[in-house]
Each structure stands twice: as structure tokens, then as C-alpha cells.
Design a protein around this ligand. Structure first.
Ligand code: 5GP
Length: 196
């Protein structure tokens, strides 16, 4: 919990664990959170909009932003760049908003090093079999892509114990309520209330 700034929450979990759906559910339940929109060089999936789901960009432009220091953290995932824009996150935090970064585990570690007060949440799928089925049901990943994402998921799950909170996503509404409980608990750690 930061003192004068907003709360920074990092949400990690394997691709297909339901991070997007969880956050949409949390917003639908009235929670005021600002979602950071990442930059990526991967191609948009059907239905994904530039500037809404991601800022879709080229490798050259991504590398230029990296060189300019405009990217807070980045990773190479499945052969594509993904990164968090620095200015947008810092502006939201300075405005006192709760900001959520939906990023993979390497990025989570980098953010924790730069923002020691951030809260790290890991979303676990009910099982790898369920995860595989969710990736198949998306109908936007090739079979090879699904197998690569499952292999990455196995590795990512080994990092879960290092997170502050772990949510198992069996029933989405329950997982969303758990996420809101975390926000509430973290807000209640704010000791600046005593000096106001
Ligand atoms: P997807 O291709 O499924 O949208 O994302 C692949 C993985 O990259 C997911 O685990 C997602 O959370 C992660 N990711 C998305 N944006 C970022 C980012 O800005 N930084 C990092 N480190 N990971 C990201």
C-alpha cells in the first residue's frame, strides 16, 4: 500500500486462467479500477481493439519506446514483445487511483522491484486440463500456440508461492469477490488515515 499514491495491483496467472474475465467482472461489480493498457507486437485476436485491449505495435516501434525509457517493464512472451507504458501508470497512481497491471510473472517481479509497495495477486486455474480447454474454447489460438502456452503455464505456476495473494478461479463471481476483498484489505492498511 502506498501512502500518497493510488494502490498498484499486479495480476498474474497463466494465459487462459481468466484474468481478463475476472477484471471485467470486478468492474461490473462497481469497483473503480484503472486497467493499464499494454503495448504488444502480437497480432490482435478477433474482437480485440487497438487502444482498448492492447496498443498493438511493431517490433521497431516497441524497441524505440524501450530505448526512450517509455516502458516500465517488458517481456518477450511466445516470441512477441509485451510491455507496460510508464507514463499512463504513473499518472493514474499520482491521481490516487487503483491501477491494475495484468502481466506475466517476469513483469510482476520487475514491477515489485520498482514499486515495493505494489500488491501481487496470482490467479490459478482449477487445473491444467481446464486451462487447456479454455484455450481451445477461445478458438483463436493454433494447437501449437496452445501447447506453448500450456508449457509456459506450467513454469509460471511454480512462481505462485512468491505472490502476496493467490486466487483459484473455479467460479468467476467468487474469484471477483476475492479480488475485491484484497483491494478492501489493502485499503485498510493505509495508516495516513491517522494523520488526517
Ligand atoms: P495474451 O497474448 O494472452 O494477451 O498475453 C500473454 C501473456 O502476456 C499473459 O500472461 C499476459 O498477462 C501477459 N502480458 C500482457 N501484457 C503484458 C505486459 O505489458 N507486460 C508483461 N510482462 N506481460 C504482459
Amino acid at each position: 500500500m502506498t501512502t500518497n499514491n493510488g494502490l498498484l495491483i499486479v495480476l498474474s496467472g497463466p494465459s487462459g486462467s481468466g484474468k481478463d474475465s475476472l477484471l471485467q467482472q470486478v468492474i461490473a461489480r462497481g469497483e473503480e479500477i484503472a486497467l493499464s493498457i499494454s503495448l504488444t507486437t502480437r497480432k490482435p485476436r478477433p474482437g480485440e481493439l487497438d487502444g482498448v485491449h492492447y496498443h498493438f505495435t511493431t517490433h521497431a516501434k516497441f524497441e524505440q519506446k524501450l530505448a526512450n525509457g517509455a516502458i516500465l517493464e517488458h517481456t518477450m512472451y511466445n516470441g512477441e514483445y509485451y510491455g507496460t507504458p510508464k507514463d499512463a501508470v504513473d499518472a493514474q497512481l499520482a491521481a490516487g487511483n487503483t491501477v491494475v497491471l495484468e502481466i506475466e510473472v517476469e513483469g510482476a517481479a520487475s514491477i515489485a522491484a520498482q514499486y515495493p509497495d505494489c500488491v501481487r495477486v496470482f490467479l490459478v486455474p482449477p487445473s491444467l486440463a481446464v486451462l487447456r480447454q479454455r484455450l481451445i474454447d477461445r478458438r483463436t489460438n493454433t494447437p501449437e500456440d496452445i501447447e506453448r502456452r500450456i508449457a509456459i503455464a506450467r513454469e509460471e505456476l511454480t512462481h505462485a508461492p512468491g505472490f502476496d495473494y493467490i486466487i483459484r478461479n473455479c467460479v468467476l463471481a467468487d474469484a471477483a469477490a476475492d479480488f475485491q476483498a484484497i483491494i478492501r484489505a489493502e485499503m485498510l492498511k493505509d495508516k495516513t488515515i491517522l494523520t488526517r
